[in-house]
Design a protein around this ligand. Sequence first.
Ligand code: PEP
Ligand code: MN
Length: 366
Amino acid sequence: MKTEVKVSTKQKRISNILEETGRLIIAGPCSAESQEQVIETAKALAADGRVHYLRAGIWKPRTMPGSFEGVGTLGFKWLKMAKTITGLPIATEVGSERHVYEALKHGVDMLWIGARTVSNPFTIQEIADAIRGVDIPIMVKNPLSPDINLWEGAINRFARAGVSQLGAVHRGFTLSGKSILRNNPSWNIPQLLRERMPDIPIICDPSHIAGKTNLVQPIAQRAINMGLNGLMVEVHPNPQQALSDAAQQLTPLSFTTMLNRIIGEVELTNTDELLSELRLEIDLIDDELIRAIANRMNLVKHIAEAKKLSNTDIIQPSRWDSIVQRIGQLASEQGLRPSFIRKLFNSIHKESCNFQHEQILQSAVK
Ligand code: PEP
Ligand code: MN
């Protein structure tokens, strides 16, 4: 089959893409693995018509040694071919000064900085210095830990190096406990970044938050509903065979179906599918509820110690009255029945008091 060659002569600026389409969409495999894999993915994504950049990792920062660490510079040849065939500009991750020089030498159109790299200001400064004076868009992922200052600081280092096309990628934060998700979204953090840096577009990488293909769509949906400015999604022609992140990559077909649903406003008519989608979203919210209650109980442990030290009674009626008043108000603002929230909090409060009694008794026995 003869393939049409569409080479883009001048690349659009990120701000123009956002103005024209309302969102920035980056998609492609976690890692470039072979010429066939890169080209097959690029063709399918170009056929979708809504993708602005083809992503593929050339060097993979892996938590565990011995995992697939990327094909290295050989992969640029495949990315360039994909660009020539489809016209899609190409994006890759850089984690050092050398990566920047290699990527620029091979004509990469966008660079992203991975979560592990963003956690290290020395490396960020080194990369920012290497990029100084080059007009290339840079997407900065959030660091592994939920530290907004590290994220903001990294973006500022690039801004100070004169990078004029900057964006942020929300990919979730390392979890301390068990969850159905791979990384904790902590949605309040991208919201806070938006308040601190209103001119920086923030897109969501639902693949690394979800960790599993069936959870990618509800996360992407939530990001779009929250008003984030686009998506970076991992797409692989044969996810089960992927050399990295096999569990979370979508096939090109499921990627297109997902975009139709979340940005194309195609209603689901199959009620079984609709039901299972809604159930997934409920599971994600239950996950957040359990985490929030566990965090609350952890604080209660410290409160028990403080009350013991200061000889304060466990039950303080005035404090409880003010909690009841506050949550009642919040509940009605959110359209929830105050009587239901009151019952729920009575039960949480009872558990918290029992827990404090146990804590105090235990420390008295010691
Ligand atoms: C990736 O995009 O494949 C990647 C390694 O992402 P992160 O830095 O978010 O883990
Ligand atoms: Mn990945």
